[in-house]
Design a protein around this ligand. Structure first.
Ligand code: 8YV
Length: 299
């Protein structure tokens, strides 16, 4: 039997996906040979110019995730290397979690649960979620899905994005204006040079001491030290965080704050969605090997 093409696997994947990859490829988890034609990674995987250069036979980078902020697209493009991701199939899950984190912060769900497990019952009053003005940074598929889920809570929906969209929600020109105009700032934009550290002390001050920050995008979007300081000083009221600057590391200060709800990058982490993501990864790789159009190509 002819040798299977070589694939470099650079992130942990579900056993079913690994087994399916091993049916199609000779899978390498380290020291990929020069004959490597494919790389498979996760949404936070780094595929930089040096790695691409090291693999002269590389044809495709298949990301198991919607984000590909760790992939050097220019280097890939220069080599004619295709890049694919897994959009759409995870949109609902990430949007659901954004709403869940917001409600968990506002209604003290996690901290009350912990208090009861410690034998408690009497807890402080929470804050009403309904009617709060929801600001969404990034109105792509996930941002749009969050807006649709938030609208029935009765508060105004506002957003900012690279451009105004043909939607009924109010557009603000930048994230500082959005933070000043909303009560809850939800981050749903991709990680990139343009969004790096965009949520800084000034944006947090604009959000204000009744404001809540929710991040289901990337840790790189926020100045994490500024977020910790703003929470400690009550510059903002609370935060629901699914992503962090240096995962899986999480600042200890956040772990003791009752006004913070923490989640270990679980946006797309459901059985159904991970199965759909895996199927899309395989569909992209199979299409590439078969010479047919790629189902979800970035480039
Ligand atoms: C995944 C993600 O957790 O889609 C993304 O960009 O970050 C998450 O869905 C990650 O890709 C793991 O593979």
């Amino acid at each position: 039997m002819a040798d299977l093409p070589d694939l470099y696997l650079i992130a942990d994947m579900a056993p079913d996906l690994v087994a399916a990859l091993e049916q199609r490829f000779t899978v390498h988890r380290s020291d990929p040979p020069a004959t490597t034609r494919a790389i498979c990674g996760g949404g936070s995987s780094v595929v930089d110019a040096a790695l691409i250069e090291r693999l002269p036979a590389l044809e495709i980078i298949a990301i198991n995730g919607v984000g590909y902020d760790g992939v050097d697209l220019n280097a890939a493009k220069a080599r004619g290397v295709r890049v694919t991701n897994t959009p759409d199939v995870l949109t609902d899950d990430v949007a659901d979690l954004a709403i869940g984190l917001w409600l968990a912060v506002e209604r003290r769900i996690a901290v009350n649960d912990a208090a009861m497990r410690d034998g408690g019952w009497a807890v402080p009053l929470a804050r009403r979620a309904s009617g709060r003005k929801i600001g969404i940074f990034g109105l792509g598929r996930i941002g749009h899905a969050i807006a649709k889920r938030a609208a029935p809570f009765g508060g105004e929906i506002l957003y900012t994005a690279r451009s105004e969209k043909p939607v009924a929600w109010r557009f603000l020109p930048d994230i500082t204006a959005l933070a000043a105009a909303c009560d809850v700032l939800i981050l749903a934009a991709p990680g990139s040079a343009g969004t790096q550290g965009i949520v800084d002390a000034a944006v947090l001050a604009a959000l204000g001491n009744e404001g809540v920050l929710v991040n289901v995008a990337r840790g790189s979007l926020v100045d994490q030290a500024a977020v910790v300081a703003a929470l400690e000083k009550r510059t903002i009221a609370g935060a629901g965080l699914d992503v962090f600057a240096d995962e899986p590391a999480v600042p200890d200060a956040l772990k003791t704050m009752p006004q913070v709800v923490l989640s270990p990058h679980q946006g797309s982490a459901t059985v159904e969605t991970r199965a759909a993501m895996a199927a899309l990864v395989l569909a992209n790789l199979d299409a590439h090997l078969g010479g047919s159009p790629l189902p979800s190509a970035v480039i």
